[in-house]
Design a protein. Structure first.
Length: 558
């Protein structure tokens, strides 16, 4: 990979995967994966490449397999003791004629020695390390797909931190793997003072760098900023109105797959669909489009397809038929793609209407960006008593109120209204859990701050250009952090440096979010990269990609 080309989460993937397959060229082969590399491969390996490379089977490492004689076996997994033990068992069975081992991170010498001892039949043909210990999400965002990161952050710096050492080690390994894959030279590492977990991760990465973990002659100086989810608990609680974020919030995206099974009127072949940035041009171009734009764009997609279908109906000769059959695979794929996006849009629209989401979202945005306690309290109590609004939405509204107005003393009273409005006790208890995790005394300053000043200006003058859409007034805190990081203005009272200075002058910024980030924050990063005009580049990584359900599940774990 060219180290001068800037950061791109997708770029290393096909290079390493093709190299992996090229090392075993010739003949049918099986690919064995663990849970982590399954996620990586699912968004990185195209069907075309799999067919070209004669991949006969892709399966789970450790799953019983029939003996297949002369076939080759590729194993791609994380370098953990558990995986190496499974490989030793697999190699001892000699089900395949030869084994080629690929690890997604650095393999400790002790595990390499264990592999060598197990290879009594000399069937291991090679052991390789490819830094692919993460999953690309967009061009400028990636994840390591782990849970309990919020609980780890909450517990770090306490007597319970040892319980979560494995989670923190996984965060470090994923981050170092990303740095290796991008051939990135770090010149600054920063973190918020109020987060022991961010401090630890930043210092561990810095230690690896100072110990000679890697060195690349990359002329683009890069700043690593390690953030903590607790500093912005608002963004994961908001309803989303752009395609990618909306699908994840209402339906869920897991390894690029969306389950529509059970949705009214959805055909069997659409019960599970794939949303892949690299393979679906419409999705790639519209993932950040808002709900209104999306409806128009899907309508145009459908009309264009219908015109093409009419043209294909005009078959009057054998030559026409032959031409159609040549086009048929592409036409069929296009038909499925159109049907997929129409089905997704239909289900999103149904859920928006069924759950009164526009009404809910308007108040969410008010609570996120404006300071108007009396009006917000009145509206919230009305919503909590409205039988049309789901429990989950009543909970999110209450949490947004509690985060902004924690000091008013009204939270116990609001919890009473939640119970009266049919919200279950476990959800009512989440209000206290969230405040323990990310209340005023726990998070770094800046969640509201300037926003409160702006909201009073907006309230005083009626409207401000660019804030006409009441459903998209909120801007994640990440936007300000990016601006501050590039200007070298991360406040010394709130942020510390583990390496180098304040990052001023760096052209690249890698933000890593302990506890996970949202697709809304990924959109902020993509838009910054597209519009900054100064050749600056931001990439966002994190423990996982959150929606409100996933975020609250993590909070419940506390």
């Amino acid at each position: 990979m060219d180290s001068s080309s800037g950061l791109d989460c997708f770029k290393p993937m096909p290079i390493y995967i093709e190299s992996m397959l090229d090392k075993t060229k010739g003949g049918m082969k099986t690919l064995l994966l663990d849970a982590s590399t399954t996620s990586t491969i699912s968004v990185s390996l195209s069907k075309t490449l799999a067919n070209e490379q004669e991949l006969y089977l892709i399966s789970q490492l450790g799953k019983p397999q029939a003996a297949v004689g002369g076939m080759k076996c590729l194993v791609f997994c994380r370098p953990t003791p558990q995986n190496v033990q499974l490989i030793c068992t697999e190699v001892s069975s000699c089900k395949y004629s030869e084994y080629h081992l690929f690890f997604s991170n650095i393999l400790p010498p002790s595990l390499l020695k264990l592999l060598a001892h197990s290879d009594t039949s000399s069937v291991i043909r090679g052991v390789h390390e490819f830094p692919l210990d993460y999953v690309p999400v967009n061009e400028s965002s990636w994840s390591i797909n782990i849970r309990k990161s919020i609980e780890t952050s909450w517990s770090w710096g306490t007597a319970r931190e040892r319980t979560f050492q494995g989670v923190m080690d996984r965060e470090k390994e994923g981050l170092l793997s990303f740095l290796l894959s991008q051939k990135t030279k770090l010149s600054a590492v920063s973190f918020p003072k109020q987060s022991p977990a961010s401090r630890y991760l930043a210092q561990q990465v810095t230690k690896e760098i100072q110990d000679g973990f890697y060195h690349f002659r990359n002329q683009r100086q890069c700043h690593l900023l390690v953030l903590d989810r607790k500093d912005d608990p608002v963004t994961p609680l908001l309803s989303q109105w752009t395609y990618q974020a909306m699908v994840h919030e209402l339906l869920g995206i897991n390894d690029g797959r969306v389950v529509l099974k059970g949705a009214p009127g959805v055909k069997k072949d659409l019960e599970e669909v794939v949303l892949a940035v690299k393979d679906d041009l419409f999705y790639a171009e519209n993932r950040f489009s808002n709900f209104g734009e999306l409806g128009e764009n899907i309508r145009t997609l459908l009309l264009n397809y219908q015109e093409e279908a009419k043209a294909n109906d005009n078959i009057t000769s054998i030559e026409d038929m032959q031409n159609f059959m040549e086009r048929y695979p592409v036409f069929r794929a296009k038909s499925h793609n159109v049907s997929k996006h129409v089905a997704l849009m239909g289900e999103l629209a149904r859920l928006v209407d069924h759950c009164s989401l526009m009404d809910v979202s308007a108040l969410e945005q008010e609570l996120a960006v404006k300071d108007d306690h009396a009006d917000h309290l009145r509206q919230l109590i009305e919503k909590l008593g409205d039988a049309r609004i789901k429990q989950a939405d009543k909970l999110r509204l209450t949490l947004l109120y509690a985060l902004r107005y924690e000091s008013t003393g009204n939270v116990p009273m609001i919890k009473g209204h939640m119970s009266n409005g049919g919200v279950s006790l476990d959800k009512v208890n989440l209000v206290d859990d969230l405040l323990r995790y990310a209340g005023e005394g726990k998070r770094t300053e800046g969640l509201y701050g300037k926003r409160d000043i702006m909201s009073k200006i907006v309230k005083g003058f009626g409207s401000v250009k660019g804030v006409e859409n009441v459903y998209s007034q909120h801007v994640p805190v990440l936007h300000e952090r990016i601006q501050e990081a590039f200007r070298g203005k991360l406040g010394p009272q709130a942020y510390e440096s583990a390496l180098g200075g304040n990052g001023a002058g760096c052209k690249d910024l890698i933000v890593y979010m302990i506890g996970g980030y949202t697709y809304e924050e990924a959109r902020v990063v993509e838009e910054f990269n597209a519009t900054n005009g100064k050749g600056l580049k931001v990439v966002l990584g994190g423990s996982t990609v959150l929606n409100s359900e996933g975020f609250l599940e993590e909070i419940k774990g506390l």
